[in-house]
Structures are given as structure tokens and as C-alpha cells.
Design a binder for this molecule. Sequence first.
Ligand code: ACO
Length: 425
Amino acid sequence: MANSADLTVDGKTYSFPTLEGTENEKAFDISNLRDQTGYVTLDRGYKNTGATKSAITFLDGEKGILQYRGYSIEDLAAKASFLGVAYLLIYGELPTQTQYDKFESDIRHHTMVNEDMRKIFDGFPVDAHPMGVLSSLVSAMSAFYPDSNDEDNTDLHIIRLLAKLPTIATWSYKRSKGHPMNYPQNKLDYIQNFLNMMFALPVEDYTVDPVVVEALNVLLILHADHEQNCSTSTVRLVGSSQANIYSSISAGISALWGPLHGGANQEVIEMLENIKADGGDVSKYIEMAKNAKSTGFRLFGFGHRVYKNFDPRAKIIKKAADDVLSKLGVNDPILDIAKGLEEAALNDEYFVSRKLYPNVDFYSGIIYRALGIPTNMFTVMFAIGRLPGWIAQWKEMRENKEPIGRPRQIYTGPTHRDFVPVEKR
Ligand code: ACO
């Protein structure tokens, strides 16, 4: 690889260093571009911009590779537990048994939330979307832990976030149903606790189904990190102003909510439901998506900013959807519609030429539905899965003492004008 790259502008040539990551991704280091040339770069949507150096997650969108700290997503999904993966992402290595036991036990013993937080839930309308509630409550945690910016306590804040997010998430659901909120139970592990808080009712026994636990374990691992995506970049950007970890993660939750990002999993199921209600004619919807500019309709769960051959997570999830539905004896007609849609799209020139493939959100909602998780909680599930990644990225950004994030712009507004008094406008 060349050690430098030359740029000739206005007749003058400038030299910029190049650099290469451990997986051979190449970059121009333009840190001094503006100082030297007076120019900035324009890269809407950051399609070509490396915002940071990171040692957490590697992905190759052309080859469909995803690795957390060097371990392949396929291996982790098959062999690891979600909390083991969380530890790996946050602390850089797979935990020893002793490290894992402590981490798991610390999380298990921090799942309760301050009783005053319950009062905040009462202030929301019952039909509030759980993502809005989740983001607000996570932000509110900074009020309950005023030492939230004390770096000596970072590990404790990390434990608190991991432990309490499922409690807050399930409470937002319980409140929307008008059901009593369930307290966490220390005898249950992370995923069992989530399921118990989500589904147990005081009037009958609830037994956690191991098939459901295993399915959720895989789904959460697949969502755990995805390098500098929209919500993660948001977490790092907010955190770069030295905002505390709770506010930074709360901002990430809000970014995830959008339908072009994590909110797509809810949109996918609603889209599949509409297709079913409309007679199940997938070709009609393929045509609508091909004319997205006039119809405004996109095939949700299709396309990805970085994956241009396939999304390795979607491959695992598609198989998991088949397995889980058959183990649970669920026959969901929208799974067939999803497969029909995928097949039609993968054989259509419009989708092939634009390299549009099913992404992680295409089949995940079908599994969540089979597990009994309501549609408006799908993106919350994504947030629970993504939390370790956000934490790891926030921590790395702080430890690397990154400067405050502050992009430039190309101004296109009016040039200087004199103020016009109101009577003359
Ligand atoms: N359906 C129909 N056409 C699409 C779709 C889609 N789902 N996605 C992209 N296209 C088309 C665009 O119209 C555009 O066509 P053109 O070249 O004729 O103008 C072309 O493909 C490129 O699309 P862009 O929007 O420029 O690609 P970008 O990389 O900016 O967007 C994104 C990626 C946002 C994921 C997009 O594919 C999309 O909106 N998909 C649907 C929403 C979705 O599933 N989001 C979840 C992503 S995964 C995640 O965040 C966890």
C-alpha cells in the first residue's frame, strides 16, 4: 500500500498519509486537509468517511463478513451466550469462567430500578411507543445516578445499564397493556428474567420455554454491535461532548427508532401483514418498490448501507426463523410471504443491480412474533441487543480521548444582508 496520496488543487500538490487497518481497509488521513488546502470534504450520509479508528467490530460488506473482536458472528451465534458476547465487546476478550460469573452476577444484582422511576412511567400516555419510553427512562437514569460522569464508576454504570434496560423495556410494555409491572427475580438469568418480566401475570404460573431463551440468545448476539452505524455513531458523537453514558445511550436509542434503521423490523411485519391482507400478491409490492420514487414505498428489511452481497446476520436469522417456528409449532403465513418476497426480489434486475438483499430486520420480526413479542416491542428488542455495542463504542471513544465530533458544512444560504425592520418587510 502507498504510504501517502497526493492531491492537486488550484495548481498545488499536497501529500496526505494513508493508513491501513488490521483487515487491510485503506484510508486517506485528511486530518490536516483544511489547514493545508482550505478545503473540506463533502460526503453526505458519511458514505466514504471513516469517523474513527476502532478495535471492536470488523465487517466486510462485499464478502458478508461480520466479526466482534475477531470472532466470527457465525461462531458466536452458535457457541456463545449474550452476556459473554457483551463482555467480549466491552472488555475486548472472551471472559474466563471467573470473569463471566462475576459479570453475570453483578448484572443479576442490579436489575431493580429506583422506585421513583415507576412514577415517571405513570406520566406517559398508555399508548406511548415503548421506544420513546425507553429512551426517556434511560436518559432519566442520569438523574438517579448523579455520579454518571465519574469515570472511576464507569464499570458500575455499564452494569446498571445492562441490568436495568430489560426491566425498563418490559415495564413500558406492561404499562401499555394495563398489566402490573413484574419485578426482576435474582433466581433467573438475563434472558429468563426478561421473559418473565414481559409475560408473567399474577393470576397464573409462567414457565420460561428454553426454545424461546435460545432463540432470543441468538437474536441478541446478532444485534450486539455493527461498528459505526447510525445509532452507534450517535452514541459516540453525543459522548464526544463528554455527555454521560446514560444520555449518550439514550440518544442512540432514539436514532435506532427510525424506520430506516432499527425501526425497520416493525415496518417489515406491518408490510408483510399488509401484503397478506391485500391477498398475498408479492409481485404487486415488488413493482411498487421498484417505483419507490413515485410510490414512496420501500421494501423494508431490504438493502443495507454496507452489505452489498448478503447480510451474514440475515442468513443466520432466516434459518433460525424456520427452526424456531417448527420447534414452537407455529405456522405463520407471513413467513411464506417473506420467503416469496425474498425470492422474487433476488431474481429481479432492479434489486440485483442495486445489490439489495434481505438485512437483519427482514426475518427477525417473524421470530419475535412467534415468541409472542408484540410488534411495537421489536425495536426495543433490537435496543436490548445493541446495548453492549453502544457501551463498548462509548467506552472506546472515551478511552481513546477522541475530540468532540463536529463536522463542517458547505453553506448554501443567502450571503450577508442588512437587517430589515418589521414595517419594511
Ligand atoms: N426498496 C426499494 N428500493 C430500495 C430499497 C428498498 N428497501 N433500498 C434501497 N433502494 C434503492 C434506492 O431507491 C436507490 O435506488 P436508485 O439508485 O434508483 O436511486 C438505491 O436502491 C440505493 O439506495 P440508497 O437509499 O441510496 O442506499 P443507502 O445505502 O443510502 O440506504 C438503506 C440503505 C437505508 C438501508 C436502504 O436500503 C433502505 O431504506 N432500506 C429499507 C429500510 C431498512 O430495511 N432499514 C434497515 C437497515 S438494517 C439496520 O439498520 C439495522
